[in-house]
Structure formats: C-alpha cells, structure tokens
Design a protein around this ligand. Structure first.
Ligand SMILES: [Zn+2]
Length: 233
C-alpha cells in the first residue's frame, strides 16, 4: 500500500512577509506551525510529508500548487494567520471543490477548534490560487488574527502554536488511509455534521452551526434563484 502524501504549505515567505502586526510576522508563524505539523505527523503516522518551503524563502502561489501536483500529493494544507480586523479561526476550500474536499475541510476545521480557544468564523470558500490550482483535496487555514491584540498574545505562546499544529493533525487523522503509529496522540474528535450551502449552483460556504446556515439563507433569499442546503456528514 502506498503511503499517503501530505503537502504542507507555510503561507508567504522571503520578500512576502504576509501580515505584520503586534511584533509578529505571518511568514515566521506559518513556518513554525508547518514544521510542527510535520514533526507531529512523522512521529505518529506512516505518511510522506513535503513542505512548499522549509526556510524563509519566496515561493510563488503557482509553484506551491505545482510542487503538490507534480509530487501527486493526496492532501494540501496551506497554513496562514488572519488579519484585517477580526478574531478567531476560519478555513477555506475552493468554491468548486469536490465533496471529499468539503469533508477534509470539516475534519481540519473541527480538529483545530477542538485544540484552541477561538471564535468559529465558519468553513468558507474562496477562489484562492493555491486552492484553485491544486488537484488534490486542499484546505487553507487562518488561525487567529495577527492584528487583534488578544489573538496576537495567543500567537506569542509556544503552547498555542503547538495546539494549532496538533489541531491540523487531529483533523488529518480523520481522513481515510492515514495509518496511525502512536494511538496515544490525542482523542479523536467527534465529527459534526456540516451543511453545504449552494446558491444558484455555487457553494458559498459550509457550516456546522444551524444559525450560520440560516443567516446565509437569509442573506441570499431575495437575490438567488435557487438555494440548496446539503448535509455532508
Ligand atoms: Zn496569509
């Protein structure tokens, strides 16, 4: 049986620092988290891991996707820290992603929220290049806001950085074919059901909470021709 291949993508790097605030630089945080994810995975699972960068270097978005595609990765995880006025955690997949990717997102999303204290901003979709150009199940995580004072304090704690990384792994271990070596890593999270919301045939989001679904339905009710809610799990 061939091993599962996981490509970890630390956001930004080199001349692209990502978001900078409160004495923190996104490209450094994402690399630290990505390395920790790799370490926990290799310690506990029989998997192959690659990273789109393993130093402070610039890699274009196209090259990140190309690296994953040419390797034939099974999963792609892009690690980011949010900015722009807000707080909490959110995750993204491409709006036209396969059902399997929605399930992957749900696992990662719940895995992380089970490990850190953060407001659940929801499972979202966005036309980000690394999500659009990668051929495998791909998710992009935004853990906390670098420009939010309370969030930034959390991001300065080594234990929180570790928890973010472990959360990614807890999510990954829900995926099929991931062979567990060390059973004691962490209790498996209970999968919650997820509602995918499609407006005129395009997925606009996927949510675990009923209120979030209804809020979105409300928002699109007058402008959409067709609104579908699909329960994924
Ligand atoms: Zn970013």
């Amino acid at each position: 049986m061939s091993k599962i291949k996981i490509m970890i993508d630390p956001g930004h790097g080199g001349r692209d620092p990502g978001a900078v605030a409160n004495g923190l630089v996104e490209k450094d945080l994402t690399l630290t988290i990505a390395r920790e994810i790799r370490e926990v995975l290799l310690r506990n699972y029989d998997v192959l891991i690659r990273m789109t960068r393993d130093s402070d270097m610039f890699v274009s978005l196209e090259d990140r996707a190309r690296l994953a595609n040419s390797w034939g990765a099974d999963y792609f995880i892009s690690v980011h820290i949010n900015a722009g006025g807000g707080t909490g955690f959110e995750s993204f997949i491409h709006p036209h992603a396969a059902k399997h990717t929605g399930q992957f997102q749900a696992c990662i999303h719940q895995g992380i929220l089970g490990k850190i204290k953060a407001r659940d901003r929801g499972r979202k979709t966005a036309n980000y290049a690394v999500l659009r150009l990668t051929k495998m199940a791909a998710v992009l995580t935004e853990s906390y806001f670098i420009d939010h004072v309370e969030d930034s304090k959390k991001l300065k704690e080594a234990s929180v950085i570790k928890a973010i990384a472990t959360g990614h792994v807890v999510g990954l271990q829900e995926m099929p074919n991931l062979r567990l070596i060390n059973e004691s890593l962490t209790p498996r999270p209970r999968l919650v059901k997820v509602y995918r919301l499609l407006v005129d045939g395009v997925q606009v989001g996927a949510y675990g909470e009923r209120e979030n679904v209804m809020a979105q339905v409300n928002q699109f009710l007058d402008s959409a021709k067709k609104i579908e809610v699909e329960r994924v799990e």
